[in-house]
Design a protein. Structure first.
Length: 375
């Protein structure tokens, strides 16, 4: 985007929308604070604590809004070098404050408050490193009908993002409903550590989505972009399977540092997360082509597969079921989303599909075989 009157008007409209959302969240927050500990995460004897976490999460969301607007402004203007500096220093300060808080105070309440206060660091680093919005952009405008128009235009994108977030959260919900806090802790620690593989795909997603959107709007470049995405998809399968195999070999030797409580569960989750990270490229590509309904349907299917397989196998496999459910869902998801990208190519589909399938099946078999040898 270029600095212009139109861009400033869009930013002012965005600020207005965020204010409306903030007011709505504040109004419904008492309901959320009551429902979440009672029905979504009902933890015995910790009703107050879960309610407090819900309240602080709402406050965290509200405090994150100004930084989110600045980030989106920089992403829209493709200021990725500035964004990377912000992400680096924001991430370092966030993790340092969390570690210090945990070591010094050893209190869950203080840890939660520290997580909340990190938003102040985010605001500081956003102001220091990223390109500032024009002062006039912070003056909200409320145009009758515009709010509904923008919401309608962004609805499918927002829904697809919401469902993707739900995919990440569903495992914790299932474990919390069926097992103890100790087992929930084992699952969360394993998943959080394994999800560090996302640092590659998430960074690519931020950069590639606006680029893909611009290139797909150009008829002369659409076919070229599609060909490159298909080629990179094959390379991505190799890279992430190699990372998984390398982790199988290396992680046991450094587990005294990582302190992973259940290596078998960790690797099931990690393999699924590698497949998910691989799929993020095609996820962003399909979204850039306006395929929001399709990606929403695929992510809804993942949630269904995780829940269905967990319910079906839980009595037989126990706690480890969540690892198998996650891996199964990501295998289906990665094959499916790659298929729909290749399907965008109107000619020689069978050639691409057959070769693509053979490569993927071989890589999956190799990875699973090595995993079974070690575990």
């Amino acid at each position: 985007m270029q600095d212009s009157k139109e861009q400033i008007n869009i930013l002012r409209l965005s600020v207005g929308i965020y204010l409306k959302i903030a007011i709505s969240v504040i109004i419904i927050s008492p309901i959320l604070i009551t429902i979440i500990p009672a029905y979504i995460f009902p933890i015995e004897d910790n009703f107050f604590l879960v309610g407090l976490i819900a309240a602080l999460s709402i406050l965290d969301f509200l405090l994150s809004m100004p930084t989110t607007i600045v980030r989106m402004y920089n992403i829209g203007n493709e200021k990725f070098n500035l964004l990377s500096k912000y992400n680096l220093f924001s991430g370092i300060s966030r993790h340092l404050t969390l570690i210090i808080s945990l070591v010094v105070f050893q209190s869950l309440i203080i840890l939660i408050i520290t997580i909340l206060l990190r938003r102040l660091f985010d605001l500081y680093y956003a102001n220091k490193f990223m390109e500032k919005l024009p002062a006039s952009a912070w003056k909200p405008i409320f145009i009758k009908g515009k709010f509904k128009e923008v919401i309608n235009q962004s609805l499918y994108l927002s829904v697809s993002q919401l469902i993707q977030v739900s995919v990440v959260s569903i495992g914790a919900y299932l474990i919390n409903k069926n097992y103890s806090l100790a087992e929930l802790g084992v699952y969360k620690s394993s998943f959080d550590l394994a999800s560090k593989i996302w640092f590659i795909s998430n960074g690519l997603g931020i950069v590639l989505y606006p680029r893909f959107s611009a290139l797909n709007a150009n008829e002369d470049k659409k076919e070229l972009v599609l060909n490159k995405v298909i080629k990179f998809t094959k390379v991505s399968w190799i890279i992430y399977n190699f990372i998984f195999i390398a982790a199988i070999i290396i992680v046991p030797y450094i587990n005294f540092l990582l302190n992973i409580q259940n290596l078998y569960l960790f690797f099931l989750l990690f393999f699924g997360l590698c497949l998910n990270a691989h799929s993020n490229l095609n996820f962003e590509f399909l979204q850039s082509k306006g395929k929001f309904r399709l990606v929403s349907f695929l992510n809804l299917s993942i949630i269904f597969i995780i829940i269905f397989s967990f319910v079906l196998l839980n009595n037989r496999l126990g706690f480890i079921t969540i690892g198998y459910s996650w891996l199964l869902s990501q295998l289906i998801y990665s094959f499916s989303i790659d298929f729909f990208v290749i399907k965008q190519k109107e000619y020689q589909k069978r050639k691409y599909l057959s070769l693509d399938l053979i490569v993927k099946v071989i890589l999956i078999v190799v990875s699973v075989t090595i995993f079974r040898i070690y575990y």
